[in-house]
Ligand binder design. Structure first.
Ligand SMILES: NC(=O)c1ccc[n+]([C@@H]2O[C@H](COP(=O)([O-])OP(=O)(O)OC[C@H]3O[C@@H](n4cnc5c(N)ncnc54)[C@H](OP(=O)(O)O)[C@@H]3O)[C@@H](O)[C@H]2O)c1
Length: 293
């Protein structure tokens, strides 16, 4: 039995979809959900719902009974970063107690120097989780996922087609953007093929792209000129504030803009392409799919 956590989320749902596509019977899949009502469509397909919360260790031990392989989808807690680490360690402890045989974890692709970057705290939580998994003695596979292509949408902003201006403080930085669904497909590959124990995989695109490239792709798709502007961070923040963007959102955009500018998410790798058996979706293809309406 394979259990997928975060099954009501976008990545977890796609991981389950790809497990089924790869021939795993729905009866051999369990989905961890906080609210069974949100898992109704999974249950309708014959997938077993197990109720549990990352904050409640006992619920997790109960939910993981009889599970052989577990896909731990990292927490999306919006509070202190330490909450995420606590969530992950709760899952790992419970997996150990329930005698799960193989644990697969969605980490993030790290680069040397990341400990001094804008996303140091975020990466530190993943690094602590990875170490906790290794120390647990459970056979593991760590998926160091790249940044989702879908993240380009909030970075570019809703008004880009209207204004023709792409405002983001990423300077000339590049990122190895990947489609969330393709990362989930790679997780399903790892869960359904042998030889992945005690491995860490970097799952990113084979070619990184910058916001200049994104502006070019947007111009081509929208059929109008889109100009990329990378203002100083303080100016970027003041502009967003002026338009009433909430503080938390401004903080998120600034953090990722800085990280791209610092070159921290420019991690080209061919492992994802090998797992998919094809070239991952490119930035240009993604932009064309989303904006070509
Ligand atoms: N690589 C990237 O660029 C990138 C970008 C964004 C996020 N991420 C990471 O990747 C993960 C998956 O992405 P996603 O897009 O699928 O996120 P998502 O759609 O927000 O899904 C998150 C899932 O985690 C579940 N969850 C949250 N807190 C939980 C808790 N306390 N106990 C049990 N389950 C809990 C949610 O359950 P409910 O439905 O009950 O809320 C949901 O199923 C995120 O959680 C985040 O760690 C990566």
């Amino acid at each position: 039995m394979i259990l997928v956590t975060g099954a009501t989320g976008k990545y977890g749902a796609k991981a389950i979809e790809h497990l089924v596509k790869k021939g795993v019977k729905p009866q051999e899949i369990a989905a961890l959900v906080r609210d069974p009502a949100k898992g109704q469509s999974l249950q309708d397909q014959g997938i077993e719902l197990r109720v549990g919360d990352y904050t409640d260790g006992d619920s997790l031990v109960h939910a993981f009974q009889g599970i052989e392989k577990l896909l731990l989808v990292s927490s999306n807690d919006r509070g202190a970063i330490a909450n995420r680490t606590i969530h992950h360690t709760n899952v790992i402890k419970a997996a150990k107690e329930a005698r799960v045989k193989h644990l697969v974890y969605t980490s993030f692709a790290a680069k040397p120097g990341i400990q001094d970057s804008a996303i140091a705290d975020f990466l530190d939580s993943h690094a602590q989780t990875e170490q906790f998994i290794k120390d647990s003695g459970i056979a593991y596979t760590i998926l160091q996922n790249g940044i989702y292509l879908e993240m380009i949408l909030p970075f570019v902003g809703e008004k880009v087609a209207e204004t023709g201006v792409l405002l983001f403080p990423a300077r000339e930085g590049k990122a190895s953007w990947v489609l969330r669904e393709e990362l989930a497909e790679a997780a399903a590959h790892v869960l359904t093929t042998p030889g992945h124990e005690t491995k860490s995989y970097v799952l990113t695109n084979t070619e990184s792209t910058s916001f200049q490239d994104i502006a070019k792709d947007l111009s081509a798709t929208l059929g109008k000129d889109v100009r990329y502007q990378s203002p100083p961070v303080e100016e970027f923040q003041a502009t967003l504030k002026q338009f009433g963007v909430p503080e938390m959102y401004i903080g998120m955009l600034t953090t990722w803009g800085r990280a791209v500018a610092q070159g921290m998410i420019d991690v080209e790798d061919s492992t994802l392409a090998a797992f998919l058996g094809r070239k991952p979706t490119t930035t240009a293809q993604f932009i064309a799919q989303v904006y070509n309406k």
